[in-house]
Design a protein around this ligand. Structure first.
Ligand SMILES: C[S@@+](CC[C@H](N)C(=O)[O-])C[C@H]1O[C@@H](n2cnc3c(N)ncnc32)[C@H](O)[C@@H]1O
Length: 319
């Protein structure tokens, strides 16, 4: 975290390359107890620049089409659904009737934007279930609503932090049954996540640690909530040499899958362009000059290859 008292035009101390006023400034200077709300609001606004640019390039539609070819999907749960562009593409790729598309996100501002984009009726939404509460330690705990979830419709949006225990959502998942596919497209976390108890408990040293912890969590979630032969799709952004990075990632995934009940189906690349606005969240690095390198998304498809009841891996968090 950068230090307070930087000037608005100073480069932010987090080394993002952005102005302090456009980066951590508003979070550090937020009213007491409001840092997480401020960070979530900023994140939703900034990610909109990316998501709209990716949608205009047809990126979400291509990812949804790839998933629909790999698996007969009727029921899908999208982790970190953001502003809903991915859900929209999934809804276009999954035929009605009998479908169920669930988007979960820890950020209520993202979910509000998703409910506007998708025109999800109120009965299909539970947009604000998590309250950030500042502790004496300075870290923020997440107070999660325990009221049973009542949701209606085939496109649902639920405020869930997959890193936080959530008995009401767990009960809803138990009653709803397994999914054909689970997706995690472009994982990312808001800039005050390091101020949460989630981060403190994990001992996370960087945003990359937090993203990695979420990916691990999604693997365990998928073990509990995917049907036999169901598919998990993770999509990540990269810059550099496409073939080299794809091959390296494939080797890493194969090694990471040892001991998990999943087989790798494919690692496929999608070249795209990042928005040029300085509000966007790009994969550019202030440490390495990536100018001239291709930007691409890698879509990693994994199929569950056991019988769910046989798997005794501790799923953690209960979810
Ligand atoms: C980079 S955005 C991607 C959004 C969307 N998947 C897309 O492709 O446009 C990452 C999203 O994951 C959400 N997220 C991060 N950590 C989460 C967690 N632990 N539980 C649920 N959502 C999370 C963020 O709030 C954010 O909306």
């Amino acid at each position: 975290m950068p230090t307070p008292n930087q000037k608005p035009n100073d480069p932010c101390g987090c080394k993002s390359g952005k102005r302090y006023a456009d980066c951590h400034g508003p979070i550090i200077e937020a009213p007491k107890g409001k840092a997480i709300d401020v960070a979530q609001g900023m994140y939703a606004k900034n990610w909109a620049v990316n998501a709209q640019h990716y949608e205009a390039q047809g990126l979400y539609a291509k990812l949804a089409a790839e998933l629909a070819v790999a698996c007969d999907i009727r029921r899908v749960l999208d982790v970190g659904c953001g502003l809903g562009q991915g859900l929209k593409a999934l809804a276009e790729a999954i035929p009605q009737p009998g479908r169920l598309i669930v988007g979960i996100d820890e950020n209520p501002d993202c979910l509000k934007a998703a409910s506007d984009l998708l025109a999800v009726p109120a009965a299909g939404t539970a947009l604000r279930r998590i309250k950030p509460e500042r502790q004496l330690s300075g870290y923020y705990a997440s107070k999660v609503a325990t009221t049973p979830l009542k949701l209606g419709g085939d496109l649902l949006l639920v405020n869930v932090d997959l890193m936080v225990p959530d008995p009401a959502f767990e009960a809803w998942l138990d009653a709803t049954g397994p999914f054909d596919a689970i997706t995690l497209w472009f994982s990312g976390i808001h800039p005050a996540r390091s101020m949460t108890k989630v981060s403190q408990k994990l001992g996370a040293k960087s945003d990359a640690d937090l993203r990695e912890a979420l990916e691990d969590r999604v693997m365990k979630f998928a073990i509990k909530r995917l049907r036999a032969d169901g598919v998990l799709q993770m999509v990540q952004r990269f810059a550099g040499n496409v073939d080299a990075v794809r091959q390296q990632r494939e080797t890493e995934v194969l090694s990471a899958l040892t001991g998990y009940p999943f087989e790798l189906i494919s690692v496929r690349d999608y070249i795209y362009s990042e928005p040029t606005s300085n509000k966007a969240m790009t994969v550019d690095s202030v440490f390495v000059d990536l100018s001239g390198h291709a930007r691409f998304a890698l879509s990693i498809l994994m199929r569950r290859n056991d019988t769910p009841d046989d798997t005794m891996i501790e799923a953690g968090n209960g979810l």
